[in-house]
Design a protein around this ligand. Structure first.
Ligand SMILES: [Fe+2]
Length: 235
């Protein structure tokens, strides 16, 4: 895991974590303890879709999730938005996550001093809640204009970087993951990413108002190539 640092004018000192996918979180937590960010943004896919058992909560079958969230919340105020893998969480699971102290931003926002922090839920969660189908009919962007109109510096956690064109002006910083850096990276570009296909546009780095993390884990059957996992800091 590498630590990547970007400088964004007016932004708070924050950490961006994405795509933990239920894997070992100790390196990430040690890094957070060293850097002591003002806020921790977890931009989705803390879960893996594996280890699902019908009669058990995924928070019980994926045993690293709750300890990771507790550890993060003990370091700094932690905000979580829902990625595609979080479609398996139900209301009771989200309530348990909130009890760790982590703020769950499920198509919602919260004002903290000068910051207005929102979370744009993955379209996969919406379709799964409505139809039990794992497909992406797109996110619910209906609340974003109201969010953007609240005075302050707006940070939107949006797991899917391909949603970028849907996000209105007035949101200063968008934090994403999901692309896993394009899995293989050559000449600074990724090869393939979910939701973007071959030679994806948004895989790692700063794109205008959006910062994309390559994520903290690998869940694909093929290994990552020239594409280390990362934790992103914004100073
Ligand atoms: Fe994802």
């Amino acid at each position: 895991m590498v630590e990547t640092i970007y400088r964004i004018p007016d932004a708070p000192r924050l950490a961006l974590l994405a795509d933990l996918h239920g894997q070992d979180y100790r390196l990430a937590v040690n890094s957070l303890k060293q850097h002591q960010p003002e806020i921790i943004a977890v931009a989705g896919d803390i879960l893996s879709r594996f280890y699902l058992m019908e009669d058990k909560s995924p928070l019980d079958t994926q045993k690293r999730i709750m300890p990771f969230l507790c550890a993060s919340a003990a370091i700094a105020p932690t905000y979580l938005s829902l990625g595609n893998h979080e479609h398996i969480l139900d209301g009771a699971d989200l309530k348990r996550i909130k009890e760790t102290g982590v703020v769950v931003l499920d198509n919602s926002w919260i004002k903290c001093g000068k910051l207005v922090i929102g979370g744009l839920t993955s379209g996969f969660c919406l379709s799964y809640r409505a139809f039990k189908e794992f497909v992406d009919f797109g996110p619910d962007t209906s609340w974003l204009a109201e969010f953007a109109a609240v005075p302050g510096f707006h940070i939107l956690l949006s797991h899917h970087p391909e949603y970028y064109p849907l996000i209105p002006e007035g949101i200063e910083l968008i934090l994403s993951g999901h692309a896993h850096g394009g899995q293989w990276r050559f000449l600074g570009k990724g090869v393939s990413a979910p939701g973007q296909g071959l030679f994806p546009k948004y895989t790692k780095g700063v794109y205008g108002r959006m910062v994309v993390s390559t994520g903290l884990a690998n869940t694909a059957r093929i290994p990552r190539l020239f594409n280390p996992t990362e934790i992103v800091y914004i100073n």
